[in-house]
Every structure is written in structure tokens, then in C-alpha cells.
Design a protein around this ligand. Structure first.
Ligand code: NAI
Length: 338
């Protein structure tokens, strides 16, 4: 069985090759530097198992290029970069890493919240750029007693709630599957999404990206957020309509925004390549432009999809991925999303 890993670092490659359970499978590991998509196909497409990261796009054309493909083990929780329907049509098994980052991403979310609330980055940037220790424009606000609206109380959202309660914030949350027991334990209330938007001093998003969550925050409802509220997105870029964000920041309705994820994130990451070889018709260039406007706006913090990125989380991702491969090889696939 040949297993093709995309974009593994050297220490990860060595870990895979030395892994006792992986050795027992008699599998051949092949490693590719970059991402996998229809414009970045490796010469060797004979693998039965592929392990991409979220920067890859596994669509019908990619599946067609891998004639022997039987299993995809994505090294991520989200699987919106994989065409599940096309996989189902080919009987390709898809496994994910359901839990590796519930603490990791929740901690990062609070890093972003604190960076906005206390203008931490702005303070540092001021010293570096001007050497000034002036406090002018750097006054923030306490989290204690503020209301946090949590959209999505799955693995990550729950940890965000726990941390928020540690800060003595009030929490209101929404989820299509509310867990009343958890709500009682955390002394928080579940509500409709609109109420979380209306009452949250800070609103943070922890839902997967699906047809239903596409532009969950949009031009129609962003104006219903509290005046001066803050929005945090560490889920997926497409959950927020970028143009709506710009409008709400420009007219001063939102106090600030922190985004670890962007719509059209793939294009933004390598614009030169996109300009030279990209498929313009498949992307929303208005959104790409809107992202650039966001980069230059005050009260906006953007990070490069980095919330998952700790040593501990990467180790957990790798271990679960190897378990997924082993389970597939033994005919009992686990962590199936399909
Ligand atoms: P999860 O599946 O444990 O939780 C998601 C929750 O959202 C569930 O409770 C679900 O019922 C709820 N939900 C789904 N649709 C909803 C809707 N329309 N309205 C309200 N609630 C809804 O997922 P987990 O582990 O908490 O991760 C959430 C997302 O975070 C992932 O899908 C992924 O896209 C993103 N993520 C981002 C990372 C980063 O590095 N920025 C790293 C890991 C995950």
C-alpha cells in the first residue's frame, strides 16, 4: 500500500518512517513538498491512500488523477476542502482528525480576544515603529462581566466557553444541537443565533463550514450586532461575508475584528502564483480585494490560519492520522466523515 503525504515537515516525515505501527503495515510512504490540487498534481499518482492538509483541494479532477485511490486521511478536523460526493461515487473512504485542537484553538481564540481588547499588537507595533511609550489610543476594556456570544459549542466552542467562564464573562451560545447539561454546568444560556449577535460584546465563531454556515454572518445580520462589538473567526473564512465585515468596520458599527481564516485564503497565500497560473473564473476577486482592504484597517487582526499550530497539536494530528491509516489498512476504518 502506497501512502502519499502532502506538505509534511522533515521531523514529521521521520516520525512516520520510524513509527512502529506504520512499519508493521508494510506500507510505502511517499512525501510531496507542496499542496495537492488539480493544478498541483504529483508525477506519481499511484497512491492508494493520500494524506493532505487543508491547503489542498481534493475535487473530482484530483480524484480522477489518482486511479488507485481508496482512502483519504486529512490531517485536519475540517473537511470542506474535500468533495465528499465525488469520493462517495468512487467508494473512497474519508477520515479526519476529529479532536486534536479543542484546547489549542480555544486558547488561540482567547489570544485574539485579548490582543483586540487590550490592543496588545498595536502597542508593540507602536514601540517598534516609533519608539513611543505613549498610551494614547491604547486603552482597552476588561473581559470580566462582558458577554461572549459563542456560535457553535462543539469541541472547540466548549473550551472557549470554559475559558470565558474563567475570565468571569457571561456566556450566551447557540448550536443546532444545544447541550443543556453543559449549559447548566457552565452557567450559560443557549439562544437563537440572532440573540447571540445582538447581545454579545464579543462574538466568536466555532462552526464547521457547510452550505448552512456559508455567510452565517452577512450583510443582513451584521448590523444587528451590538454597536462596538468585536467579532472573532477561527472557524473557516466562508462563515463570514467579507464585504459585510468591511462595511461594518468602515461605518464604525463593529469595534474590531480578529480573523485567523479568510475567504479566498488560498489565493491570498500565493497571489503571484495565482496571477500567473490561477483560474480566475473559480475565484471571487472582489473578496480577494476586500481582504487587502481588511489588512490595512485599524482594529483588525489577521493571522495566517495559525490557530491549530502548536507542537502538541501537530503531534496529535500525526498520531491520529497514523491510526486512521492503520485502521483503514486493517479493514476497519475509523474517524469517518464519509
Ligand atoms: P465540532 O464538530 O466539534 O463542533 C462544531 C459545532 O458546530 C457542533 O456542535 C455543531 O452542532 C455546531 N453547528 C454546526 N452547524 C451549525 C449552525 N448552522 N449553527 C450553529 N451551530 C452549528 O468542531 P470543532 O472541533 O469545534 O471545530 C469547529 C471548526 O473549527 C472546524 O469545523 C474547523 O473548520 C475549524 N477549525 C479551525 C482551525 C484553525 O486552525 N483555525 C483548527 C481546527 C478547526
Amino acid at each position: 500500500m502506497r501512502v502519499a503525504f502532502f506538505r509534511l515537515e522533515q521531523w514529521e516525515r521521520e516520525y512516520v518512517e520510524k513509527h512502529e505501527e506504520f512499519k508493521k503495515l508494510n506500507a510505502e510512504a511517499v512525501f510531496f513538498e507542496g499542496k495537492l490540487d488539480k493544478d498541483h498534481l504529483p508525477k506519481d499518482t499511484g497512491a492508494e491512500v493520500i494524506s493532505p492538509f487543508i491547503d489542498s483541494t481534493i475535487d473530482k479532477e484530483v480524484l480522477e488523477a489518482f486511479p488507485n485511490l481508496k482512502c483519504i486521511v486529512t490531517r485536519s478536523t475540517g473537511f470542506d476542502h474535500i468533495d465528499l460526493q465525488a469520493c462517495a461515487a468512487r467508494n473512497i473512504v474519508v477520515s479526519n482528525v476529529p479532536s486534536y485542537g479543542e484546547d489549542t484553538v480555544a486558547e488561540y481564540t482567547f489570544g485574539l480576544i485579548l490582543a483586540l481588547a487590550r490592543k496588545i499588537y498595536r502597542g508593540f507595533d507602536q514601540i517598534r515603529e516609533t519608539g513611543s511609550f505613549s498610551l494614547e489610543g491604547l486603552r482597552g476594556f476588561d473581559l470580566k462581566g462582558k458577554t461572549l456570544g459563542v456560535i457553535g459549542t462543539g469541541r472547540i466552542g466548549r473550551n472557549v466557553v470554559r475559558i470565558a467562564r474563567g475570565f468571569e464573562m457571561n456566556v450566551i451560545a447557540c448550536d443546532i444541537y444545544p447541550d443543556e447539561e453543559f449549559a447548566k454546568e457552565m452557567n450559560m444560556t443557549y439562544c437563537e443565533p440572532l440573540r447571540a449577535l445582538q447581545e454579545g460584546d464579543i462574538v466568536t465563531l466555532h462552526v464547521p463550514y457547510t452550505k448552512e454556515t456559508h455567510h452565517l454572518i452577512n450583510k443582513g445580520n451584521i448590523s444587528m450586532m451590538k454597536k462596538g462589538a468585536y467579532l472573532i473567526n477561527t472557524s473557516r473564512g466562508g462563515v463570514v461575508e467579507t464585504e459585510a465585515l468591511i462595511g461594518a468596520l468602515k461605518d464604525g458599527h463593529l469595534g474590531g475584528v480578529a480573523l485567523d481564516v479568510l475567504e479566498e485564503e488560498g489565493v491570498i497565500q500565493d497571489e503571484l502564483e495565482f496571477l500567473m497560473e490561477g483560474r480566475l473564473e473559480e475565484h471571487n476577486l472582489k473578496t480577494v480585494l476586500a481582504n487587502h482592504i481588511l489588512f490595512d484597517m485599524p482594529n483588525v487582526i489577521i493571522t495566517p490560519h495559525n490557530a491549530f499550530n502548536t507542537w502538541e497539536a501537530l503531534q496529535r494530528i500525526l498520531d491520529t492520522t497514523l491510526e486512521n491509516i492503520k485502521a483503514f489498512a486493517e479493514g476497519k476504518p475509523v474517524n469517518l466523515v464519509l
